[in-house]
Design a protein around this ligand. Structure first.
Ligand code: AMP
Ligand code: FE
Ligand code: FE
Ligand code: ZN
Length: 294
């Protein structure tokens, strides 16, 4: 197994990468072992674990990936705010031991999540849905998020499935939604840069209901803050979206990133590396270019 992407990926067609995935240390359902095993069967040359707010899944996966011959990239996904809209930000290649300041900042985010979770319990109770924080926290490991709430709601029979839990209660536009005190996008970009990271705007089609002009304005505004990349390849992207964001990135001199956003059983239709029914195919060149930009 080569340590790095072979140049002939295009001809062989099987040397692919996935730079966006979650383990059960955040809101995925796979252990690091299971995720690396999936990466091997998907014939991925490189994988990034981008758990929300934590590196624990990545750290646990390092020795497993090494013995499996999968190149593992250190990543993270952060929830931020831009003009009142929620924007997810990916960060790659962050230093192994980032400054204490960055660690405390991450810790602060974990704290605001815990506060949000308590408020969410109270809000759900108003709608007759009873659960305790302990009950939900048992579903998560280092982090408890809305998918864990959705799981408990399904298990207790309040909703038939997780999709319904989100649509009726947990989505941003649903009745029990509780806003978190997220950092500003510009600030999160700056923090990642200070920690040696490469910031990339995650799944841009989910921002402003995929209004290209508004997303472009956001990207333009974030470049002076240190934005370095855009996630052009993503399971939620149609072919036209991929082409659009590749062109946009090149126009602004940004690198591109891409990944399936695999969450295991929490988003069961998404496959690692290949997305929804094979709609994803991310060439190794993406990683090479990203590393060159770092
Ligand atoms: P949190 O970080 O706790 O606010 O939860 C956000 C996470 O919930 C996202 O990263 C997704 O994994 C998940 N999520 C958001 N919307 C949905 C949805 N409609 N269906 C399933 N999962 C969702
Ligand atoms: Fe998630
Ligand atoms: Fe995301
Ligand atoms: Zn994600």
């Amino acid at each position: 197994m080569p340590l790095f992407c072979s140049d002939e990926w295009n001809r062989k067609g099987d040397d692919l990468i996935d730079l966006h995935s979650h383990t059960y240390f955040s809101d995925g359902t796979s252990s690091p072992e299971e995720l690396i095993a999936d990466a091997v069967s998907a014939k991925l040359e490189a994988l990034s674990i981008t758990d929300h707010d934590t590196f624990e899944g990545y750290e646990a996966a390092v020795p497993i990936a090494e013995s499996a011959g999968v190149r593992l990239i250190r990543g993270i996904e952060l929830s931020t705010r831009y003009n009142g809209t929620s924007v997810h930000l990916l960060g790659y290649f962050i230093e192994r031991e980032p400054a204490q300041e960055f660690i405390s900042w991450l810790f602060q985010m974990q704290q605001t999540r815990r506060d949000r979770n308590q408020k969410l319990i109270d809000k759900l109770r108003e709608y007759g849905i009873e659960m305790t924080l302990e009950e939900v926290e048992r579903k998560g490991r280092s982090l408890t998020g809305r998918p864990h709430f959705a799981r408990v709601m399904v298990e207790k029979g309040y909703v038939p499935d997780m999709e319904t839990a989100f649509r009726e209660y947990l989505d941003e536009s649903a009745r029990a939604y509780v806003e978190r005190q997220d950092p500003q996008l510009s600030q999160a970009i700056e923090r990642l840069r200070q920690a040696g990271g490469v910031p990339s705007i995650a799944h841009p089609v989910r921002i402003f209901r995929n209004d290209y002009a508004k997303v472009e304005a956001l990207i333009r505004e974030m470049i002076p803050h240190g934005l370095m990349a855009v996630e052009a390849y993503h399971s939620d992207h149609k072919a036209g979206d991929v082409a659009h964001y590749l062109e946009l990135a090149s126009r602004y001199g940004l690198a591109v990133t891409g990944g399936s956003d695999f969450h295991g059983g929490n988003k069961p239709r998404i496959r690692l590396g290949t997305g929804y029914g094979g709609n994803l195919c991310i060439p190794c060149q993406v990683l090479k270019d990203l590393m060159a930009s770092a």
